[in-house]
Write a protein of this length. Structure first.
Length: 124
């Protein structure tokens, strides 16, 4: 997304940027599982806890996931993807909302894979 500018980014561009980010993370997750096997119980517990944060209010997400530094959090995200420019309050809000949704959807996907329910079924 080189040459993107925070001041001129449209909502659909923001959504695409965030969606692509989380799709890449999901692809990497699946590759790790395919190579090494299912996640550990500790990793699953961390993901479940993180899902609670991502599924909560935006204020809680900003407080916990962004460590009360939404500007820095969004700034670092944009820096990774080469998005430059001054951020308006509206753009920051849209990015935070989309990042929260992306995080929630990513964690939901990683926790809903069939190997998780298979393990639970085998234990019962």
């Amino acid at each position: 997304m080189a040459d993107a500018n925070l001041r001129t980014m449209r909502y659909d561009q923001i959504r695409t940027l965030v969606k692509n980010h989380y799709q890449t993370l999901l692809d990497q997750f699946h590759e790790r599982v395919n190579a090494a096997g299912r996640p550990s119980e500790t990793d699953l517990a961390i993901s479940k806890g993180s899902l609670g944060i991502a599924g909560g209010s935006l204020n809680d997400f900003v407080s916990l996931a962004c460590q009360d530094d939404p500007e820095g959090f969004v700034g670092r995200f944009c820096e990774v993807y080469g998005v430059e420019g001054d951020m308006t309050a509206e753009t920051q809000q849209m990015l935070l909302e989309e990042i929260q949704k992306g995080q929630r959807d990513f964690l939901t996907a990683t926790l809903s894979k069939p190997y998780h329910s298979f393990v639970v079924q085998c234990r019962n």
